[in-house]
Ligand binder design. Structure first.
Ligand SMILES: [Zn+2]
Length: 69
């Protein structure tokens, strides 16, 4: 499964290789936001992003289904 992270600045990282994904997020965080993230922190953020996305998709699906009177 792809790892996915949306940054609040609009930057998006998606990679199915965990090591590469972590490296890309760490580089973005450092270069753009001046943040030093550990690999563990990156994976925690990605996990939350995946959860958020799953919740949103479920809500959108529910809304569409509930639109029928
Ligand atoms: Zn960013």
């Amino acid at each position: 499964m792809d790892k996915l992270l949306h940054c609040e600045c609009g930057f998006e990282v998606r990679d199915d290789d965990e090591g590469q994904f972590v490296a890309r997020v760490q580089r973005h965080a450092r270069d753009v936001h001046g943040m030093q993230l550990s690999a563990e922190e990156v994976l925690q953020l990605a996990f939350r992003a995946e959860l958020d996305e799953a919740v949103w998709q479920q809500r959108l699906g529910d809304q569409t289904a509930g639109d029928e009177p």
